[in-house]
Design a protein around this ligand. Structure first.
Ligand SMILES: Cc1cc2nc3c(=O)[nH]c(=O)nc-3n(C[C@H](O)[C@H](O)[C@H](O)COP(=O)(O)OP(=O)(O)OC[C@H]3O[C@@H](n4cnc5c(N)ncnc54)[C@H](O)[C@@H]3O)c2cc1C
Length: 336
């Protein structure tokens, strides 16, 4: 192999924090996937390009998220105001604090406890969503939070993060249930493990928020999110303790609610405040709406890197570039 090729592999390894062996294995995998069309040099360059695109997508996502209109504000007060607005419309709410990158787990846990206390004091019907991977799965922090939540009669919801976080997150859901805490959990639909996770949640009698899932599963990269979502509805119908149908996709929400109602499964429609909402659908079906009130530093409700598979994302990126949220003003999701 040429010196330039070796230098390219070394540069990829350095940038990605991999060792040379791992980079070589990925280059070879690319060659195999191309059916031998790519020679080693081209496969290495295509790997470097993929990483560069991924880095670019992450930077763009970070920039968009920093001024995102998808937050209801930066502070807990902003979130409470939004939750009260939802309550005035007869809706439930979930407060979801999104921390800045690198926030220490105990500081994050303090934010969650503050949210629980504020919801309790405000007397609104709202749960508090948490991201236990960002709390470093620290059970003592979770214990403190669950104690506070029990004291205020507030439910704690476990958001789903990446696939790799699922086992440890579910272990903490189970621990919470074992101590009698009021908890609920997100079930992403497009992972290979989703059906097994659904069975576990059914057996635990834990209320489920069903989503398509932000992060995919490399084991089934081409899974159709809507089809996966509806397959899980079939599995949950008549068996789950409660299903929050969390989608803005009418063609997923409508049949999901119909099926759940027909099987007498307790259910609700869950909506992000910043996206076009399907509240009318819930009204017509006679099910409650729960609004997810994101505050702090919210991410994006789509994956920038998926733009080639889903061109509509380009328009959403453009809108998020143009419509920026300025601190001190209300986000568009708060209007009306
Ligand atoms: C309440 C709630 C909680 C969630 N919690 C989690 C979680 O814990 N973990 C997780 O991985 N994912 C979570 N998600 C995100 C979810 O996994 C999806 O990524 C997200 O909801 C988009 O998928 P969709 O089902 O709404 O359908 P999509 O097909 O992506 O969107 C449906 C329609 O909504 C509109 N739309 C969607 N996005 C935009 C946009 N950015 N701008 C303008 N219009 C848009 C479009 O009309 C689109 O056709 C949550 C979603 C909701 C609603």
């Amino acid at each position: 192999m040429s010196r330039r090729h070796d230098e390219l592999l070394a540069a990829i390894a350095r940038r990605q924090g991999l060792d040379i062996g791992q980079v070589q294995a990925r280059v070879q995998a690319r060659q195999v996937r191309s059916g031998g069309l790519l020679w080693p040099g081209a496969a290495a360059r295509s790997l470097a390009l993929s990483y560069a695109l991924e880095r670019g997508a992450q930077r763009l996502a970070a920039f968009l998220a920093a001024g995102s209109r998808h937050v209801s504000g930066r502070t807990l007060d902003d979130a409470l105001r939004a939750a009260r607005t939802e309550a005035a419309r007869g809706h439930l709410a979930t407060l979801g604090y999104w921390p800045p990158p690198g926030q220490a787990p105990d500081e994050l846990a303090r934010h969650y406890v503050a949210a629980v206390e504020a919801v309790g004091a405000a007397g609104i019907d709202a749960s508090v969503s948490i991201k236990v991977d960002l709390m470093d799965y620290r059970s003592e922090l979770l214990d403190t939070l669950l104690r506070a939540a029990a004291g205020h009669g507030v439910r704690v919801h476990f958001d789903a993060q990446g696939l790799e976080t699922a086992d440890r997150t579910h272990a903490l859901v189970e621990a919470g249930l074992a101590r009698g805490a009021s908890v609920s959990a997100t079930l992403p639909a497009r992972w290979r493990r989703s059906a097994a996770d659904a069975e576990r949640f059914i057996a635990w009698r834990v209320p489920v928020r069903l989503v398509k899932g932000q992060g995919g599963d490399p084991a089934q990269p081409h899974a159709d999110p809507r089809r996966c979502f509806l397959e899980l509805v079939d599995r949950l119908a008549g068996r789950a303790a409660h299903v929050g149908v969390a989608t803005h996709d009418r063609r997923a929400a409508e049949p999901a609610l119909r099926k759940l109602l027909a099987s007498s499964t307790p259910c609700s429609l869950e909506q992000l405040r910043s996206l076009p909402r399907l509240d009318a659908l819930a009204r017509a079906a006679g099910v409650p709406v729960r609004a997810y009130v994101a505050y702090g530093r919210f991410g994006l409700p789509y994956a920038v890197g998926e733009v080639f598979r889903r061109p509509a994302i380009a328009a959403w990126v453009l809108r998020d570039l143009l419509v920026r949220h300025r601190p001190g003003t209300s986000a568009p999701g708060d209007l009306g």
